[in-house]
Design a protein around this ligand. Sequence first.
Ligand code: ADP
Length: 643
Amino acid sequence: MSSPHILVFSEKATVYQELGQILPAETVTVHLATLTALRNALPAPEAALVLLHLSAANEAEALTLIDERAADASLVIIASETPTVAQFNMLLEHDVQALIAYPFQTEQVRATLTRALERAARQASQRYLKDNLTRVNRQLNQRLQEINAIYTVGKSVTSSLDVEEILARIVEASVNLTQAEEGFILLKNNGKLYLRVSKNMNAELAQRLCVEASDPIARQVIHSGRPTMLQRSTKIATGYLVRALLYVPIQSPERGTIGVLSVVNLEQERAFTENQLFTLSAIADFAAIALENAQLFAAVEAERSRLSAILEHAAEAILVTDLDNRLWLWSDSAAENFAIKPDARGQKVVDYIENIGVRELFARLGKDQTLIHNEVDLEDGRVFNAQLSSIDHIGRVVVMQDISHLKELDRLKSEFVSTVSHDLRTPLTTIQGYVELLERAGPLNEVQRDFISKALHSLNHITDLISDLLDIGRIEAGYDLEMCPFCINDVIQRSVDAHAVLVEQAELFTVLDIPDEPLWIRGNARRIRQVLDNLINNAIKYSRPGGAVKVTAQPGTDYVIVSIEDQGIGIPLEEQPKLFERFYRVHTPEVEDIYGTGLGLSIVKSVIEKHKGRVWVRSYPGKGSTFAFILSLCPPPSEDANA
Ligand code: ADP
């Protein structure tokens, strides 16, 4: 530590020499004790002690001067003779450390000065600590204010999606925090920089920047992505002179540097600080987030209105719901056909829409079901084909198309087929009868017999075809479909029995697995028998000798599943979806050699659907097939009803 420095004001040169002997000479600096010398020497912050050798002429003024200009220095007064009362009073008044008399009493002076120096050193270090504390406190306060401002900006910025409003708040906060004279934000658009908002900016300059900011410093910040802080007079923008400027980049994580947040001082020399740079950078980050949010919001809004426009004008009736099946969006056609008013948004479909078909669609929604079809009948007789799809985490979309004209065409076609089939059946029966009678008309040779057999075979085929077609027509039209409770166990048993001969001929065997307890179905026993006959017949036809035909009835709580399983040729996977279409036969050489019309399974499907059931197939080529259908059980008819 360097030795303490002592300033001595005295008119006597001997004072210096004597003090030099008492204290190390280099620590003592002597000045003439005139007022001018005092004025010139003070303040002397490095001096630990100021020793003032008073002369009666100047003591009052000298003391005032020291009070004013060296308030922090410790003062020791050298009195020429024995100190007077006035000098003691002075000592009290001016916070004087000590009073020493001249001529010096060496030991006494040394002891007094050593004590005074020690005290001065203590006071200096206290002062230093206090100053430091005040400085750190001030800095802390400043940082606190800045952080508070950043927080406030962050909060206000993220609470709004209006870009202009957000940018204005950001510039305002930046100017306030840095106490700058002006602030502005330049944003990049198509590679050019434009002024978006400004605070306190000269209107003329703002006008010029509006066109396209030709600010090279801003360009450099954009280019480098780093802030720039200039503290000397610089010409920016359109030739304006600034004293200090601080430019920080606005950086988007997606699009890089998208703009510059700037504060400038045009008049005042005050430079910006590192802290302010930090604060401004934090605010610029908020600006980037806010701009990004606003842009995303605008994009989402645009998408939403596009989607709404598409939906509204779609020809199909479209309903979009959330995961709770609450209406969210719908097309004009849906609004028109299902009386959906604007107040429907947020209402449950089943509470709002009265149409039974639409309600059924939602009622059928199972846990894992993603696609449901239904035909929706409208009051005016039109029919819509409705398809409901579930979309993960979003909700459901129902698309409905008017298929009334297709339905009408289908009806006309069925009517036509039915009429033609009916008209063909009578002459065909006559032909069949006469061909069968030919044998009785006289002896026939082998060739004639062979021709007759072939003709009869073809006639049988046409008759089967016609009766199948007539059946389909009747089933679809709902004729011959009186429904009443019957016991399906008996029907299965009778169908299996009826095929016993065929099974034997085909060198197969039957396994029958039906429960003893009667399973009651409300339906048409004759048609269900037809279904079983078709399926068992197919199982026999498409099997290889040695295989089993297994018929099972498995009851559930309120339903029964009937399945017919074989170990035959099986059906390729790609053919399976088309099996239930009319006239569809699998295109393999094996099937071509087996007699069939391709109508059996479509009859099965029509009958089961008329019974509100469902039919399906599971098959593996070369291993076999299982056709199954499900029907609802009904309570057994009461004894009275049976009687
Ligand atoms: P078909 O009169 O031709 O048997 P179906 O409508 O009953 O007509 O069956 C349609 C087609 O489905 C059949 O041509 C056959 O290719 C296939 N098929 C039906 N049942 C079976 C089965 N049990 N095993 C293999 N293929 C079958």
